[in-house]
Design a protein around this ligand. Structure first.
Ligand SMILES: Cc1cc2nc3c(=O)[nH]c(=O)nc-3n(C[C@H](O)[C@H](O)[C@H](O)COP(=O)(O)OP(=O)(O)OC[C@H]3O[C@@H](n4cnc5c(N)ncnc54)[C@H](O)[C@@H]3O)c2cc1C
Length: 369
């Protein structure tokens, strides 16, 4: 039970409640506070820490590969694909304006798209010129992606497609920097308490919290990504779990940078002297369509085997295994909408929220009244 003090002076009586303290919730609260400094902004987060994807991801500051782009052409118009890449690129630019490179351990080591065999490389290589044309339109970069040899293992095709503009960062340092920025702006962050339901009338929007306590605000913004589906079951949002494994420290590792394979379903990178590998949710997509955290031993074994046979050619010791939940839908376009007089949604980041999150936050602030 909350005390009178806690309810009255910690949570209640703010102007805007932002629900969720992931990258999008924090960035949105910051953008709203900067645009409307007179509004008291409160973030309400159900976990003690952010508990979705923002501190569990791979930390790729990336904006698209050839394999992903040509796969996307099966489901979307060219103009929509250009727009998606543009939003990621702009999002990364905004992120770098908001958070210093040093404070999120941002490293520009480039990104490689690697291939299992010559045939899959050739298929992407055929489209390289075309994808570079889309990249140019979206980012202004000429010949963004080129062919480069890599030196990983003996079982991957030797040619990779290399994007020198791709980088890597530390997602927890990123989120902690955003928290610090939010607190410096006077944003109130309440953690460990979730929003169960809400009700809007012409004067306010009332939130019912998990413990049954009711609090009221003038405006409400849901930045709850995959979990948005719990309160808005009709939205086109599909929660998708992603598995990640991380090796123990090793004497030497054969890679530096961000690596993508199989249209982006598999990703790996160095973290200091360890290798992180994650994804492959397409191998068991039905079971991974869930907002429940948990291990999928089939996918984890696949990732470990991939690491041992394709990347390292030796047995590895895994020290960490975890999962995170992303939000996907028919379209890769994030949902940034005012859904009623007082309520807004910024969600469905399509597994690319490190890149596109700051763009989504700015867009939400631009439609906020
Ligand atoms: C394994 C993995 C790897 C990834 N790798 C990358 C990458 O390399 N590059 C990249 O760009 N993106 C990557 N992503 C995607 C990226 O992490 C997400 O798109 C991004 O973090 C989404 O941020 P968010 O703030 O919208 O959502 P989240 O981080 O999920 O935050 C939503 C928050 O809302 C809270 N919440 C939910 N319901 C309620 C409620 N009812 N009341 C109060 N609080 C609530 C949750 O606890 C959570 O903290 C990856 C994701 C995963 C899982």
């Amino acid at each position: 039970m909350l005390s009178f003090w806690e309810k009255q002076y910690w949570i209640d009586n703010g102007h805007t409640a932002v629900i969720g303290s992931g990258i999008v919730g924090l960035s949105t609260a910051i953008a709203l506070k900067r645009k409307f400094p007179e509004n008291k902004v409160t973030i309400i987060e159900k976990g003690i820490l952010p508990t979705g994807a923002s501190t569990k991801n791979a930390g790729f500051a990336c904006f698209g590969t050839v394999g992903e782009t040509i796969d996307d052409l099966n489901n979307a118009e060219e103009s929509e694909i250009i727009n998606t890449i543009k939003q990621r690129w702009q999002g990364l630019k905004l992120l770098k304006e908001n958070v210093s490179l040093k404070s999120m351990s941002y490293q520009n080591n480039g990104g490689f798209e690697v291939f299992d065999n010559a045939e899959s490389f050739e298929k992407c290589y055929e489209s390289l010129e075309y994808v570079n044309k889309l990249m140019l339109e979206a980012t202004g970069i000429q010949n963004c992606i080129t062919v480069k040899k890599h030196s990983i293992g003996n079982h991957l095709h030797k040619n990779a497609l290399f994007n020198p503009h791709e980088s890597q960062l530390n997602p927890v340092k990123l989120v902690k920097s955003l928290i610090q920025k939010a607190e410096n702006l006077g944003i109130n962050i309440v953690t460990g308490i979730g929003v169960k339901s809400f009700e809007e009338d012409k004067n306010k929007v009332k939130l019912v919290l998990d413990n049954g306590i009711e609090v009221s605000f003038q405006k409400l913004v849901f930045c709850t990504n995959a979990f948005t589906k719990n309160l808005f079951p009709n939205l086109d949002i599909i929660p998708a779990r992603n598995q990640v494994i991380l090796t123990k420290s090793m004497d030497s590792i054969p890679l530096k940078g961000t690596f993508h394979m199989d249209k982006g379903y598999i990703y790996f990178r160095n973290i200091e002297d360890r290798i992180l590998i994650g994804g492959a949710r397409n191998l068991d997509s039905q079971n991974e369509k869930t907002s429940e955290f948990g291990q999928n031993t089939y996918i984890q074994s696949y990732l470990k085997d991939f690491l041992e046979t394709k990347i390292l050619q030796k047995e590895v010791q895994i020290e960490f295994e975890w999962s995170g939940i992303i939000a996907i839908g028919k379209s890769k376009k994030p949902i940034v909408e005012q859904i009623s007089d007082r309520t807004y949604i910024a969600a469905r980041l399509g597994g690319m929220g490190v890149a596109v999150g700051s763009f989504v936050a700015d867009k939400l602030a631009s439609i906020f009244k």
